[in-house]
Design a protein around this ligand. Structure first.
Ligand SMILES: *Cc1c(COP(=O)(O)O)cnc(C)c1O
Length: 442
């Protein structure tokens, strides 16, 4: 009676996993406080004391800066907006190149294009899936202006060598910390290692305000430039005495008072939520470390990996079946997660296809029907976004298994069920191989 659920046997578990719900009484009280105040936002897009927003936004920013060890924190309405503002603040423009990762949400690579620059994809370190410093160094040209580094899945990129390369070539480094709040690199907080850090508060992330983001920096000038781009820079520069007009076309990237009030509560809960998540990671890894088909990557010495998701590398030779079929079998054993039923079982074969394989890059068409910013008289380089450009990223996407079944309030018993599903598939790999043969024959 060990038959796999994929083959009609009983599921390892049918009762749904509990929702990751971080919003509670504190947030409710905070929202009511804002509603009662009557002030839902307090920005003026003018040189005025309200240029920097209302009381909740400012308090949230001060608390965020303090918690993350940064001199400045600027609240924005998403990490995407934050990346756009950071690129603008860095002075990136047409003709420039920005070195980016191929393996993240698209905005980690497309942000430079908003200011007319060209993304240049570097490859990944296969052990951490973050940008490989050697690949970054190989991609630097006289046109390179900045690097966007993503601390993917909650693990810090190898920042020391990256900052050395940046210093050597005068590049601005932007850390995309969307998946890594509170993460440490060799004991130092992410978001303070490069020139700017960008955090996300969308509802998928460790802590959230529905939608939202924060930009951190220790640099006064960059902080001012982010604040300008956030809030209609072009209308404010004259009165503020700003003479460097580079990228002083502003946007409305402002966070409202309600989100800021929620953000303050979430920030206070963040470390505890992550500690609970890490307990689950340890429990699961202890149970699964004997399965040869699952390679569990270990974080770098001295790092604090915050596990936005938990990932395995799949060893197809040890399993004798494809990664995709294995994941299909694991998913069949497990239930949905409350609140996210529509997404299916929260286990995935692969993460995202390398960004340079998206049609916009393959065709090099973005603004109107032109090839701007990829081609034209403004740009002296040439990109060839093609399969094989970043072999490690392509290989990673072919062998990774990602899952979210580590989020509190998952308990030890819940984690035991997750492990039991993997173990059951492992114990019945012969059934799965037989299924693969049947499917091939059909
Ligand atoms: C979620 C995410 C973003 C974008 O965050 P938004 O707040 O939704 O704009 C950027 N980068 C990474 C790595 C992300 O995971």
């Amino acid at each position: 009676m060990t038959k796999l659920a994929l083959l009609g046997g009983p599921k390892t578990r049918t009762r749904p996993f509990p929702a990751y719900r971080t919003i509670g009484a504190e947030e409710k009280a905070a929202v009511n406080r804002v509603l009662d105040s009557g002030c839902l936002s307090k920005y003026l897009g003018a040189h005025h004391e309200d240029f920097m927003g209302g009381p909740e936004v400012r308090a949230f920013e001060a608390e965020w800066a303090n918690a993350m060890g940064a001199k400045h924190a600027l609240a924005v309405n998403s990490a995407s907006s934050g990346l756009h503002a950071a690129i603008g603040a860095a002075g990136v423009g047409p003709g420039d190149e920005v070195i980016v990762t191929p393996w993240s949400i698209t905005v980690s690579a497309t942000a430079p294009m908003v200011f007319g620059a060209v993304p240049v994809f570097a490859d990944l370190d296969p052990n951490t899936w973050t940008l490989d410093p050697a690949s970054i160094a190989a991609r630097v040209t006289p046109r390179t202006k900045a690097i966007i580094v993503v601390h993917i899945f909650g693990q810090a990129a190898d920042m020391d060598p990256i900052m050395r390369i940046a210093a050597e070539h005068g590049l601005t480094v932007i850390e995309d910390c969307a998946q890594a709040p509170f993460a440490l690199y060799k004991g130092r907080p992410v978001g303070t290692l490069g020139h700017m850090g960008v955090f996300s508060l969308n509802y998928h992330k460790h802590i959230h305000t529905g939608e939202g983001g924060v930009v951190t920096t220790n640099d006064d000038r960059l902080a001012e430039r982010v604040a300008l781009i956030r809030n209609h820079a072009e209308a404010v520069v004259a009165a503020r005495g700003v003479t460097d007009l580079n990228n002083m076309l502003g946007f409305n990237f402002r966070m409202g008072e309600i989100e800021a009030a929620i953000g303050r509560c979430q920030l206070a809960k963040g470390r505890g939520l992550i500690a609970a998540r890490l307990d689950n990671v340890r429990r699961l890894e202890a149970r699964l470390k004997g399965l040869p088909e699952l390679r569990i990557p270990s974080p770098r010495e001295g790092d604090y990996h915050v596990y936005y998701v938990h990932a395995f590398r799949f060893d197809v030779r040890a399993a004798g079946v494809s990664r995709d079929l294995y994941v299909e079998a694991v998913k069949a054993e497990l239930p949905l997660t409350e609140g996210r039923e529509g997404e299916g079982v929260l286990v995935r074969a692969g993460y995202v296809k390398p960004i340079y394989l998206q049609p916009m890059f393959r065709e090099q068409i973005c603004f109107g029907g032109t090839h701007f910013p990829f081609q034209g008289p403004h740009y002296g380089g040439k990109q060839n976004y093609r399969p094989g450009l970043c072999p490690n990223a392509e290989a990673a996407n072919a062998d990774i298994i990602i899952h979210e079944l580590i989020r509190p309030p998952m308990t030890d018993a819940d984690i035991a069920d997750v492990a039991a599903a993997f173990q059951k598939v492992h114990d019945n790999l012969d059934e799965l191989r037989e299924l693969a043969r049947t499917r091939e024959a059909a």
